[in-house]
Every structure is written in structure tokens, then in C-alpha cells.
Design a protein around this ligand. Structure first.
Ligand code: PGA
Length: 255
């Protein structure tokens, strides 16, 4: 099974940007620009922007995602939001294990796994992020690390739940730095992720899973990155904050 049977998914990750009013404005600007997309179009937004995003995206092909989810259903977890809450708010996707969460907020492979299970068990689509630091790459651990992070994130995930799993390979050194992985590095990293899924679930199951690349993907490099056999879409930070840039990436994925 080849790339053509996997669904390309272009997902914006707004991080800590945009107020509710700015959310409405930006989504209204994006809607006509991505209406012809031949890929899935997702915007992952801050919790506080979710109602405005869901409202603005209504009737369009833009799906709304969150940037994190807690693993418990409810309880004394100040500042956290559950999968059911996200579902009830109209959210369909959620980013889990972003390197910024791992670096600044103490996420571990274990919490990434728990959050992934909570999201999947609630019927959300999980965009699970994995990626090596520059130091790990230079030490030659990229393959080992990507496989380990992928398998850890998917521990106890049932094969039938893989339909709702997207893995985003995001080399930490390429996130928000303007330094993009070469298309070959992206393809290789995504290939390691797919190989890990194959080791856990078999090659046939692995061929169906969407594996995105993320890390300074923009309107100038999207074409080349997305042309690679293992690159099934992108997780886009900075370039998802501008309607025309994001739309250009969606267009590149729709070819
Ligand atoms: P960037 O962010 O596109 O700004 O590098 C990507 C990400 O963090 O998902």
C-alpha cells in the first residue's frame, strides 16, 4: 500500500497565539483559501479559542483540534482539560506530546501514552509528536529514539484505534528555528516512525497510518517535503498563523 491510500493531513498548531476575536478573523480569512483542499485541514488552537474556532469553522472543511488533553476523566487536576470536555466543545483532533510540552511542562513518554489513550478512547483523533534533539541526532540515536517514542506513545492502543492516530515527526532542532529538515531527513524520520508501527502492529497496519512532518514547514518548502513517500502531511506552527501561507501548504498537500 502506498502513500496515495493514506490521508494527507495538514494541521496548524497555533501554540500560545491568538485571542478569540483573532481566531474568528483568521479562520474567516482561511476558509475560502482552503475550501478546495484535497487533504484534511485541521487547526489546533488554545483551549480558550476553541468555541470561537468551532463557530467560525462551521460549514467549512476546517476541523478544529486542541493542543493538549489530560488523561483523567475529571477531578482535582487544576488547569487541565479532559477528552470529554474537548469532544463536547466540538473538538475532533488533539496534539499530544509536542516537544514544547515535553521540554517546558514535564511531559514524559508515559504521560504522552496516557493522554493518547484518553484521547483515543474518547474518539478524538490524536496527533502524537515524536522527535530527536540535535544532540541525540549527532550521537546517532535518531532511529532508536523515534522508534522508542512511537512505541511508548502507542502502548495499549488497539490496532483498530490506529485509524485515529497520526504521528508527527518533529525534529526538535527544526521547530520554530527556521531550520527545516531536508526532505530526505524528513522522509527517513517518518520512515523510522512507520517501521516502529510495523514492528508493533504489522506492516499492513503501518502503511495506513498518516505520518506528518513538522518543523519549520512553510509555503516555500512544503512541496518538496510533501513529495516524499513517507511524508503524509504536516504539523505547521509559525506558518499556520498566516492565512495565505497556511493555504499554500494545504494546496501543496492537495496535489
Ligand atoms: P514550526 O512549529 O512550524 O513553527 O517550526 C512546528 C510545530 O511545533 O509543530
Amino acid at each position: 500500500m502506498k502513500k496515495s491510500v493514506r490521508k494527507a493531513v495538514i494541521a496548524g498548531n497555533w501554540k500560545m497565539n491568538n485571542t478569540p476575536a483573532q481566531t474568528t478573523e483568521l479562520i474567516n480569512a482561511m476558509k475560502p483559501l482552503v475550501a478546495q483542499a484535497d487533504c484534511d485541514v485541521v487547526l489546533c488552537v488554545p483551549f480558550i479559542d476553541i468555541p470561537a474556532a468551532v463557530e467560525a469553522a462551521k460549514g467549512s472543511n476546517i476541523k478544529i483540534g486542541a493542543e493538549n488533553v489530560h488523561f483523567k476523566a475529571s477531578g482535582a487536576y487544576t488547569g487541565e482539560v479532559s477528552a470529554e470536555m474537548l469532544k463536547a466543545a466540538g473538538v475532533e483532533y488533539v496534539v499530544i506530546g509536542h516537544s514544547e510540552r515535553r521540554t517546558y511542562f514535564g511531559e514524559t513518554d508515559q504521560t504522552v501514552n496516557l493522554r493518547s489513550l484518553a484521547a483515543l478512547n474518547a474518539g478524538l483523533k490524536a496527533i502524537i509528536c515524536v522527535g530527536e534533539t540535535l544532540e541525540q541526532r549527532e550521537l546517532g540515536y535518531t532511529e532508536t529514539l523515534l522508534k522508542f517514542q512511537t512505541k511508548m506513545a502507542l502502548t495499549n492502543v488497539k490496532e483498530e484505534q490506529l485509524d485515529n492516530v497520526i504521528i508527527a515527526y518533529e525534529p526538535v532542532w527544526a521547530i520554530g528555528t527556521g531550520v527545516t529538515a531536508t526532505a530526505d531527513q524528513a522522509d527517513e524520520g517518518n520512515g523510522f516512525v512507520r517501521a516502529a508501527i510495523a514492528e508493533a502492529y504489522g506492516a499492513e497496519a503501518a502503511e495506513k497510518v498518516t505520518v506528518q512532518y513538522g518543523g519549520s514547514m512553510n509555503d516555500g518548502n512544503a512541496d518538496e517535503l510533501l513529495s516524499k513517500v513517507n511524508v503524509d502531511g504536516g504539523l505547521i506552527g509559525g506558518a499556520s498563523l498566516k492565512a495565505d501561507k497556511f493555504a499554500a501548504i494545504v494546496k501543496a498537500a492537495s496535489k
